[in-house]
Structures are given as structure tokens and as C-alpha cells.
Design a protein around this ligand. Structure first.
Ligand code: 3PG
Length: 186
């Protein structure tokens, strides 16, 4: 399946998502995650310095944290994130060109889908694990529960609006392999 993304992310259960602007923020976030026992981190490409900070985190914390790039929306970003040292790629959605670019990096990759048609299109592309974002706005755990019987072979990693108090609603579903979010960094 899409270059080992399930094998990579399932053991983490929770994948922290960070929006970082500076090395200081990166240090603070990494220290906080390590103190709380987390072993992975998705750094979103939503800031000017995101690629630099992926490189920084990989260099300084790469032995303890598996570092991925999130919010990969353009094909060129997939290659750039791989060059910066990202160990996995996450996108809120997908296009044919983006999926191909992510695949071509050779890294584990996780495109997004939320609607039945998007999920069916993903299946046609051979994608078996999908990001479901923003989970709280697209029906949350109830929607994923409904998808379990319809899309029996598809697995999800929901993110968006998930909190400490709601994470278990998702993790208890048979089609959810892990959840993502930023609540532990707030
Ligand atoms: C993401 O990109 O997955 C989200 O920004 C995480 O959502 P949250 O900040 O609402 O947890």
C-alpha cells in the first residue's frame, strides 16, 4: 500500500501536527512531544520556513522523532519536502499529479479524501489509507463509522479538531489506524 504508510504510522497511534515558524518554536515543540512520549511529528508546509524547519528537526531530533511533511498540496512540494529530509508526506487532499509526485519520492505518503466519491477515486488510484481532514467538520467519528461498512478495505487517519477528550472516539473505530492533531502542542 502506497509505499508503507500504514506500517509507518499505525504504531504511533497519534501523529502530532505542528505549524512552525522558527527554530525556537521547533525546539519547544520537539521537547514537549518527547516529554509526552510521542515519537512522530508532522510539520505542515503552511509557513515560509517549513522546509528549513523540517531539515532542522530532522537533524536535531531525527533520532527520536519520525518527521513528516504535512499540507503537501502542490506536486513540487512533495519533492522539496523529501529533499528537506521528510520521512513521510501528508496531504489534505489529492490530485492525480500530486499522488504521482508523492509516489515518485519513494516515501510513505498519505493523501486525503472525505466524500464517498473521493474515497472511491482513491481506491481506483490504489490508495488504501487516507487522511480525513478536517475530521470534525466532515462528520467526525460518526461519518467514519458509517464508512466502515461501505468502504471495508479503506483505512483512515483523521485530523482536524480532534482533542484529547475526543481522540478515543476515533481510535476505537475499526477503520481508523491513528489520529493526528495539534492539541498536545497547545
Ligand atoms: C492538520 O493539518 O492535520 C490539522 O491542522 C490538524 O488539526 P488541528 O490543528 O485541528 O488538530
Amino acid at each position: 500500500m502506497q509505499n508503507g504508510i500504514l506500517t509507518l504510522l499505525q504504531p504511533f497511534s497519534i501523529v502530532p501536527v505542528a505549524v512552525l515558524n522558527t527554530e525556537e518554536q521547533a525546539d519547544a515543540a520537539c521537547k514537549r512531544l518527547l516529554e509526552q512520549g510521542y515519537a512522530s511529528m508532522e510539520i505542515t508546509l503552511r509557513t515560509q520556513r517549513a522546509l528549513d524547519l523540517i531539515r532542522y528537526v530532522k537533524t536535531h531530533y531525527g533520532a527520536q522523532l519520525c518527521v513528516g511533511a504535512g499540507t503537501v498540496c502542490q506536486p513540487a512540494q512533495a519533492e522539496a519536502a523529501a529533499k528537506a529530509g521528510a520521512e513521510f508526506l501528508v496531504s489534505p487532499g489529492q490530485t492525480e499529479a500530486l499522488v504521482l509526485a508523492m509516489k515518485n519520492t519513494g516515501l510513505p505518503y498519505l493523501p486525503g479524501a472525505v466524500s464517498p466519491s473521493e474515497i472511491m477515486q482513491s481506491q481506483e488510484r490504489g490508495l488504501g489509507l487516507l487522511k480525513f481532514f478536517p475530521a470534525h467538520l466532515f462528520g467526525g467519528a460518526a461519518a467514519l463509522s458509517a464508512y466502515a461498512s461501505v468502504f471495508q478495505s479503506v483505512r483512515f487517519l483523521p485530523t482536524g479538531g480532534i482533542e484529547e477528550a475526543t481522540k478515543q472516539d476515533y481510535l476505537s473505530l475499526p477503520n481508523v489506524v491513528a489520529v493526528g492533531g495539534s492539541w498536545m502542542l497547545k
